[in-house]
Design a protein around this ligand. Structure first.
Ligand SMILES: NC(=O)C1=CN([C@@H]2O[C@H](COP(=O)(O)OP(=O)(O)OC[C@H]3O[C@@H](n4cnc5c(N)ncnc54)[C@H](OP(=O)(O)O)[C@@H]3O)[C@@H](O)[C@H]2O)C=CC1
Ligand SMILES: O=C(CO)COP(=O)(O)O
Length: 301
C-alpha cells in the first residue's frame, strides 16, 4: 500500500478485523485505507504476496484462482516432502511466475514503516526486478537476485540456527558461544547452498547473514524465543504453546538435516537442533557433541 497500490489482504475471517482497523496478529497497526480485507481466493492482481505458513501453504494454494506472479514470503521446508516453498508452488501451479522474498524483516517493524531491506529472487530474467519495483519503497528497499535456492535456504535455515542461538543464551553459555555458533551456522548454510544448486555467496547477503543477525539476536524472533525457552529447561510443547505464532525452524530442522545428509554435507549445528526438537537428545548432550567435534580449517565451502 505504501508503494501506491490498492491491496487486498486475504484472511480466513475478515470479520476478525479489530475496531481500530488492525488485524488480530498485528493489533497495534491499523491497516492503511488502501488495504481491503477479503476471504476470496479469486485474485485479480499485478502480484500476490503469499505469507501463509509452510504447514498450510499447499492446502491454501489448492483454492487460489489467479494468473498473477506470486512472491513467496514463508520461510521453511515442508517436513514430509522436503519441498521448499517454490517447489510446492511449482508442483501445484507450474503455470504461474514465481519469486521468493526473504531478508531481515520482523513484521511489526515493517508494519510500523521502519526502514528495512529484503531480497527478491526469481529464475525468470527480469521478474525479480519487476516485482521489486512494484513493491519497494524508500523504506522497504528491495534488492534482486537470481539465486532462488540460496534465498529460500537462507530464510529456512536461519530459523533453525536461531533456535540454537536462543538455546545457547538460555542455557547461560554466553554471547561468545552464540557468536561462534551463528558463524559456524553460516558456514553450514553456505556449504548446503552450494550442494543444493544455489550460491554460497548469497549467504553473505540479506537472506543469509542479514536474517541471521536479526533472528539470532532479536528477542522478537519466535524461533529464538523457542531456543531460549529450551535452553532454560522448558519443554518444546510448553514453549510452542506459549508462543502465539509459528516458529518454522522447529519443523524445518529435521528436513534440512535429511537434505544435507543426502547431499553429503556436514551440518552439525542443524543436526543438533534436530536432535533437540525431535526429543532425541538433551541440550547438554547436543552442546557437548558440538564442543567435542574436532576443529579444522575455518573456510571450507
Ligand atoms: N512474522 C514475521 O516477522 C515474519 C514471518 N515470516 C514468515 O511468514 C510466514 C507466516 O508467518 P506469520 O504470519 O508471522 O505467522 P503467525 O503465526 O503470526 O500467523 C499465522 C498466520 O497463518 C494463518 N493460518 C493459520 N492456520 C491457517 C490455515 N489452516 N490456513 C491458512 N492460514 C492459516 C493465521 O490466520 P489466522 O490469523 O486466521 O489464525 C495467521 O494469519 C512464516 O513462514 C514465517 O516464517 C517471514 C518474515 C517475517
Ligand atoms: O523471519 C523473520 C524475520 O526476518 C521472523 O523471525 P521469527 O519467525 O523467528 O519470528
Amino acid at each position: 500500500a505504501r508503494a501506491g497500490a490498492a491491496v487486498q489482504l486475504w484472511a480466513r475471517d475478515p470479520g476478525a478485523r479489530l475496531p481500530n482497523g488492525a488485524m488480530p496478529r498485528l493489533p497495534d497497526y491499523p491497516l492503511p485505507e488502501a488495504v481491503t480485507v477479503t476471504d476470496s481466493l479469486v485474485m485479480d492482481a499485478d502480484m500476490i504476496l503469499s505469507v501463509v505458513p509452510m504447514k498450510h501453504f499447499a492446502s491454501v494454494l489448492k483454492d487460489v484462482q489467479t494468473s498473477a506472479p506470486v512472491a513467496l514470503c514463508c520461510k521453511g521446508v515442508e517436513p514430509d516432502t522436503l519441498r521448499f516453498p517454490l517447489d510446492i508452488l511449482h508442483d501445484a501451479r507450474p503455470d504461474l511466475n514465481a519469486a521468493v522474498l526473504s531478508g531481515p524483516n520482523f513484521a511489526h517493524e515493517v508494519a510500523a514503516g521502519l526502514p528495512a531491506a529484503a531480497v527478491i529472487a526469481a529464475s525468470q530474467p527480469g521478474l525479480a526486478r519487476t516485482l521489486a519495483d512494484l513493491l519497494g519503497t524508500p523504506r522497504f528497499r528491495l534488492y534482486d537476485s537470481v539465486d532462488i535456492t540460496g534465498v529460500q535456504l537462507g530464510g529456512a535455515a536461519k530459523n533453525v540456527i536461531a533456535i540454537a542461538a536462543g538455546a545457547t543464551i538460555g542455557a547461560g553459555l554466553g554471547e561468545n558461544a552464540r557468536a561462534a555458533l551463528v558463524t559456524r551456522g553460516l558456514a553450514e548454510i553456505s556449504r548446503l547452498a552450494g550442494a543444493l544448486g544455489g550460491q554460497a555467496v548469497t549467504m553473505a547477503g540479506l537472506a543469509g547473514v542479514g536474517d541471521l543477525l536479526l533472528t539470532c539476536t532479536g528477542g522478537s524472533s519466535r524461533n529464538y524465543r523457542v531456543g531460549l525457552a529450551l535452553g532454560q529447561g522448558e519443554t518444546l510443547e510448553q514453549t510452542v504453546a506459549a508462543l502465539g505464532g509459528v516458529a518454522e525452524g522447529v519443523a524445518t530442522a529435521q528436513a534440512l538435516s535429511i537434505l544435507a545428509r543426502r547431499k553429503g554435507v556436514a551440518v552439525p549445528i542443524i543436526d543438533a537442533v534436530t536432535d533437540l526438537v525431535e526429543g532425541r537428545a538433551s541440550l547438554d548432550v547436543v552442546m557437548n557433541c558440538l564442543l567435542m567435534r574436532p576443529a579444522g580449517p575455518e573456510i571450507h565451502f
